[in-house]
Design a protein around this ligand. Structure first.
Ligand SMILES: [Zn+2]
Length: 159
């Protein structure tokens, strides 16, 4: 079998204007480099199926960053599957559109839940520790409440 799954990497990034947040990479490529990751929705997506605005605008309103639809996250067996409408996640299409086909389509990513949950948990843990150690001007999107980072992840006690 060829490669049947994608890899999620979540980095904690700090910028010089005292902003701290997350960046997502899928298979090593930046996922939505211009948008902001919402740590709360990303966290929720590690628990189960749903519709999540994992990317949003810096102000917290996804539509403001031209993201009109959430990522549809589905759990199947040990997989976490993302369906992203490429009209709202065009940076994915730029890479995947090899036929010049511009009709709207869904881009599907499949992650192993085990790796997915671990990546998210580690990133949120690092973010939480950094926020506790230093005062930042901005955390993720404007208005994000870091209290969510204190809540347990699915396997928090299984370290
Ligand atoms: Zn905005």
């Amino acid at each position: 079998m060829s490669q049947t799954f994608n890899q999620l990497r979540v980095d904690v990034v700090e910028e010089k204007d005292d902003w701290i947040g997350l960046r997502i990479f899928v298979d090593g490529w930046p996922f939505g480099p211009k948008a902001c990751v919402d740590p709360a929705d990303l966290r929720e997506s590690a628990f189960g199926s749903g519709k999540y605005y994992i990317l949003t605008c810096g102000c917290g309103t996804p539509e403001c960053a031209d993201i009109e639809d959430p990522i549809i996250v589905r759990y199947e067996d040990r997989w976490v599957i993302w369906d992203c409408d490429d009209r709202y996640y065009p940076y994915i299409a730029d890479r995947n559109d090899i036929n010049g086909d511009v009709s709207p389509k869904f881009i599907r990513y499949r992650f192993l839940w085990d790796e997915y949950e671990r990546s998210v948990r580690k990133a949120l843990f690092t973010l939480r520790e950094k926020i506790k150690a230093k005062k930042y001007e901005g955390i993720a999107w404007y208005g994000f409440n870091p209290a969510i980072l204190d809540e347990l992840m699915p396997r928090e006690n299984e370290q």
